[in-house]
Design a protein around this ligand. Structure first.
Ligand code: GLN
Length: 191
């Protein structure tokens, strides 16, 4: 599935190790993005992992990686953002003034499920794939999408997965379940 493809995983904070492992399991080459110089090489797609979006965003600014990454995504580089990664992509954060990459025309809400529902697991339909396991950890959901954004999954009426051209975003963590299908879908987007 991943053979011959080179996927970069943002590795400044958060759950990047699980993403790297999954990508390697699927047969693709994987490189970690820890500093600006790592962005100078060619790769076929990039994964923005879960973690703490504010910390990741600030590090991307400090490390001078934010604008380079934004340009690559705007120029069509396929990107998968999971949880905090989805927040980094969002054009607007309903309960926060920050905009980080801002390439995905959706409004997200951080920590949207409140304290009691901090973490939960469900199985729900995902467009084009079928029923998939979804693990949510202090997750966002998508409050509003612009017209061209495809809604791929909802949980209890809330949008939890979207696609906009080369950008795929999930509010949950596909790398924490054993199901490979979302990563496989992403790899098919990577040429
Ligand atoms: N709560 C985190 C944030 O707002 C996201 C949590 C996650 O990535 N699991 O950035």
């Amino acid at each position: 599935m991943g053979k011959g493809k080179k996927i970069a995983v943002l590795a400044v904070q958060g759950a990047f190790a699980e993403q790297i492992e999954r990508i390697r399991t699927l047969g693709a080459e994987c490189v970690a993005l820890r500093q600006k110089a790592d962005l100078m090489q060619d790769f076929d797609g990039v994964i923005l992992p879960g973690g703490e979006s504010t910390v990741q965003g600030k590090l991307l600014v400090e490390l001078e990686m934010l604008e380079l990454l934004r340009d690559k995504i705007r120029n069509g580089l396929p990107v998968l953002g999971t949880c905090a990664g989805l927040i980094l992509l969002a054009g607007e954060i309903g309960n926060d003034q920050h905009v980080w990459l801002g390439t995905l025309p959706v409004r997200v809400r951080r920590n949207a499920y409140g304290r009691q529902l901090g973490s939960f697991h469900v199985e729900e339909a995902f467009q084009g794939i079928g029923t998939v396991p979804m693990t949510f950890i202090r997750a966002p959901y998508v409050e509003e999408v612009s017209q061209d954004v495809e809604v791929l999954a909802r949980v209890a009426d809330k949008i939890v997965a979207v696609r906009y051209g080369n950008q795929l975003g999930t509010a949950f963590h596909p790398e924490l379940d054993t199901d490979n299908r979302i990563h496989e879908m992403f790899l098919t987007m990577c040429g």
